[in-house]
Design a protein around this ligand. Structure first.
Ligand code: FPP
Length: 227
């Protein structure tokens, strides 16, 4: 029996819209409830003995295709939520980081993001990385292009460290809502991760369920291609 250590957890938070629809509510209500789940999961990660980083897929480069009212709502929610979460980042000792092209967001939202990052930079219990306007193929292509422009050789090491996610490889990926796909999330960093898919919709996902998944992960046999 193996004993895997979990340092980097990644989650594709999916199912907010279906959660709202099941209750006869508008989709945005699901996003609001989903934001509460982020807080609970971040607290769990901050209190967990080995988790150093939790990366959460909050907005993909493809999400701009959603109706304008939903995109606008998500932008406003993110701004309001970050400001209100500052006290919880302090309470949990959580550092806030992002990955993705936040230059695509409004100057006001970019300012909020920069301010919360600066005010939480000293925290060490856990780093919460929100993937915002993120797409993995774009991240890899841009990293390769920067190396090429500098005339540097493209190797696994050079490309890996040129990515915008200079954190260690992901140990465990969880996707909620029953979908079983990666949706252009951290393709490089997930090369050797363990995957778990749960039918639970993100707003209903709890630290208790995450804890059960982590126990299963700990007992999985990770061989990284060896025997
Ligand atoms: C997927 O649900 C969810 C997202 C678009 C990303 C996650 C967003 C949140 C948790 C909302 C709040 C986030 C922050 C950081 C404040 P979906 O809309 O794709 O659900 P569906 O597949 O059931 O339609």
């Amino acid at each position: 029996m193996s004993n895997n250590i979990l340092k980097h957890l990644a989650i594709i938070m999916d199912g907010n819209g279906r959660w709202a629809k099941e209750r006869g509510l508008i989709r945005t209500k699901g996003h609001e409830k989903g934001a509460d789940t982020i807080r609970d999961i971040t607290q769990y990660c901050a209190e967990h003995e080995t988790i150093e980083t939790v990366t959460l897929y909050a907005f993909s480069t493809e999400n701009w295709k959603r109706p304008k009212y939903e995109v606008d709502f998500l932008m406003r929610l993110l701004d309001r939520w970050l400001k209100q979460e500052l006290k919880t980042y302090h309470r949990f000792g959580a550092k806030f980081e992002t990955v993705g092209n936040i230059e695509g967001f409004s100057p006001k939202l970019q300012e909020t993001i920069a301010s919360i990052k600066a005010q939480t930079a000293h925290h060490t219990n856990v780093t919460q990385i929100l993937a915002l306007n993120y797409g993995s193929r774009e991240e890899i292509a841009k990293a390769a292009s920067r190396l090429a422009k500098r005339g540097e050789e493209i190797t696994e090491d050079s490309l890996g460290s040129e990515l915008n996610t200079p954190y260690r490889d992901i140990d465990l990926l969880v996707r909620t809502s029953g979908e079983q796909r990666l949706s252009n999330f951290l393709l490089w960093q997930l090369s050797y991760s363990e995957f778990f898919f749960t039918p639970t919709l993100w707003p209903d996902f709890t630290p208790k369920e995450l804890d059960r998944i982590i126990h299963q992960y700990i007992n999985r046999d990770r061989r990284f291609g060896g025997l």
